[in-house]
Design a protein around this ligand. Structure first.
Ligand SMILES: CC(=O)C(=O)[C@H]1CNc2nc(N)[nH]c(=O)c2N1
Ligand SMILES: O=P(O)(O)OP(=O)(O)OP(=O)(O)O
Ligand SMILES: [Zn+2]
Length: 148
């Protein structure tokens, strides 16, 4: 006897699928709205004028119906392409503050990097699929953004 899987039919099943990608970038935490002294006090070593780097790890999660025919929420090959276009090409081996126009006047915290990725990923994916952006700035610093 097949194990009970609830009352939904396969066509109504909802799944979450993620892909992880890494990119390396440097940045400096410095707000254009604060004085140099305020920036130094607030961001400490992360305000070093010469910047510093991270090997960021990004987990992109989409949520949607598991198609009854294809068995997929989204083709991971398509998600991979979106991640390449939205994350790797504009951010990998870049100086976030100098090479990415968005961060010219937006401080390049991981929270703001997550917002940047969300706003561009939501335009690249089919509608109503993007669920979450999770970014590891270091092994210990993690940000989650769900478009709120
Ligand atoms: C550590 C670092 O190298 C950082 O750049 C940290 C410093 N603190 C911090 N705090 C946040 N709320 N968000 C950050 O992205 C961040 N980066
Ligand atoms: O200061 P870093 O770049 O090592 O980043 P961190 O993870 O915030 O530092 P810590 O390892 O002291 O938490
Ligand atoms: Zn940093």
């Amino acid at each position: 006897m097949a194990a009970s899987r609830g009352t939904s039919s396969a066509a109504e099943r909802v799944g979450y699928i993620s892909r992880i990608e890494s990119f390396s970038a440097c940045h400096r935490l410095h707000s254009v709205h604060l004085s140099d002294e305020e920036n130094k006090t607030l961001y400490g070593k992360c305000n070093n004028p010469n910047g510093h780097g991270h090997n960021y790890k990004v987990e992109v999660t989409v949520r949607g119906k598991i198609d009854a025919v294809t068995g997929m929420v989204i083709n991971l090959t398509d998600l991979k392409k979106c991640i390449e276009d939205v994350i790797v090409v504009p951010l990998d081996h870049k100086n976030l503050d100098k090479d990415v126009p968005y961060f010219a006047n937006v401080v390049s915290t991981t929270e703001n990097v997550a917002i940047y990725i969300w706003d561009n990923m939501v335009k690249a994916l089919p509608p109503n699929l993007l669920y979450e952006i999770k970014i590891y700035e270091t092994d210990k610093n993690v940000v989650v953004y769900r478009g709120e």
